[in-house]
Design a binder for this molecule. Sequence first.
Ligand code: 5HY
Length: 245
Amino acid sequence: MLINLINPNTSPGMTECIHQAALAVCSHGVQLRSVHPTQGTPSIESYLEEAIATTGVIEQVIAGEKLGCQAHILACFGDPGLDAARELAQAPVIGIAEAAMHSASLLGHKFSIVTTLSRTLAMSEHLVHKYGFAQRCAGISAVDIAVLDLHNPASQAYERILKACQQAVEEQGADTLILGCAGMADLNQRLSQALGVPVVDGVSSAVGLAEMLIRCGLSTSKRHAYALPPQKCYTGWAAETINPI
Ligand code: 5HY
């Protein structure tokens, strides 16, 4: 089984963190193609960066399809380019935000999301509504630590995320928590032990879902919404990158 594990930003350190989190939960014999785009943004914390990252996602999904990857994972909590990737790919495409919300909804009544910067709260809120989890979401909060500072000891990321998680349980009434960044993938078990509630990391949830869909022989429907895109004469990057599959 070959899974295309895409970190949509261009930071090798995050690609490695994501790879290790996936490796820790994937089944024996599963191969991970852990990659990031050749061009783009070092982290995704705004709508513009999400748009920039989407080109990299398309680039790596096409490369993965050509290599015979049986599923694609978008390892950024904004699920950048998810719909475009589902149009292009035959294999299933899973965003870590959507995967985390499905997992959390199986583990409790209401989940809360703890994410990085306050400016990304609206992006997470949009995904909660898009995926139909508005009634299961108790709240979304931010620790105001930049994505690339999560592994900087000076940011005290663990302590600040723990505090935000405690507030989500006590004040928002959440019984399950979702970590709103791929860069937090290595914190879920430690937080869950400290808090006594399930703490969901989207990377590991996405790996589990990818394996399940592959084993069940399921892939993205090519009728209606995610039908292959209409053939057109693109120009520039699109012409060079998006050959008909
Ligand atoms: C992520 N950004 O998972 C998101 C998190 C965020 O570069 N990887 C990023 O803050 O939206």
